[in-house]
Design a protein. Structure first.
Length: 283
């Protein structure tokens, strides 16, 4: 087995690749272009993406989002004779961006049609491409003799379009990329932290209010001579604070009880006795 040189490629490929461009021969390989039909899986963050085969106009742009798959056809019709085998890949500059060729890496003897490439964007950013872009590479190598069982073109009669049976195996549901999930996890984490800080602030305010309430209760009830008036004052305070504290179950019961006492308490009228009668009635 020997790979074909640039000289042999220029000589042989005139009848094997259509349309043939002599300038596309370089470093013992031939560069093929992106063709007119593509299929790109749906990015779960791009709700407007179409899950269908797309026919591109000349030089029309498209992109492959991070974590998504793409099916691309070559612009050229490629033929591999029964005395050779071919190997395919994509240009290194796109591999460096994270694009991976996950389709087959060779072309059988006897193949005739447009080549189908299956790609996966493993990089962190969308990769922008367009029809007519020099993108694929093909190498030819001679067999030691003609193959007696080459591919029969009649077994794959439609090599000019994206095969429907292949597309039907791809899920039309949203495909979640690691990059997209990571971004969403960060957003959720930020929201959770914000809520925790908000709850912590409210808890601190409640704790402070709770302490203040009990200090006032103890202080008021500790004044023996003014217990009744204190209950009235405390009831008024409870009414004013009720709206703030009713969301706290452990205080709601206490405050409700104090409000009831305000309305039900009938203050005793002290009897006037001797010299202490002056100013003794606290109505």
């Amino acid at each position: 087995m020997a790979f074909w040189s640039s000289q042999k490629l220029k000589q042989e490929l005139q009848t094997l690749i259509d349309p043939f461009d002599p300038s596309a021969v370089e470093n013992a390989s031939y560069t093929l272009k992106i063709g007119d039909e593509i299929f790109v899986t749906n990015d779960h963050r791009n709700f407007n993406a179409q899950q269908t085969r797309t026919v591109l106009s000349q030089n029309q742009d498209f992109l492959i989002p991070p974590g998504q798959f793409a099916f691309l056809l070559t612009e050229e019709i490629v033929m591999v004779p029964d005395y050779a085998i071919a190997f395919i890949s994509i240009k290194a500059r796109y591999k460096y961006k994270g694009l991976v060729n996950i389709s087959g890496f060779h072309v059988d003897p006897g193949f005739n049609g447009k080549l189908l490439f299956t790609l996966y964007n493993a990089g962190p950013t969308p990769i922008h491409l367009n029809r007519g872009l020099p993108f694929f590479l093909i190498w030819y190598s001679s067999l030691d003799q003609r193959d007696i069982d080459p591919r029969d073109p009649r077994s794959t009669p439609d090599n000019m379009h994206l095969p429907i049976d292949v597309l039907n195996q791809i899920s039309t549901e949203e495909i979640y990329s690691l990059q997209g999930l990571t971004k969403e996890f960060r957003e959720v984490d930020t929201k959770v932290n914000d809520k925790l800080n908000e709850i912590k602030f409210v808890y601190t305010e409640i704790k402070y209010t709770k302490g203040l309430v009990w200090v006032l209760i103890v202080a008021i009830l500790s004044i023996g001579g003014y217990v009744s008036n204190s209950i009235i004052g405390l009831g008024k305070f409870a009414i004013e604070q009720r709206e703030v504290l009713t969301s706290i179950p452990e205080y709601k019961e206490i405050l409700d009880d104090l409000v009831k006492k305000k309305h039900s308490t009938k203050l005793p009228v002290p009897q006037k006795t001797g010299n202490n009668a002056k100013g003794a009635n606290h109505k």
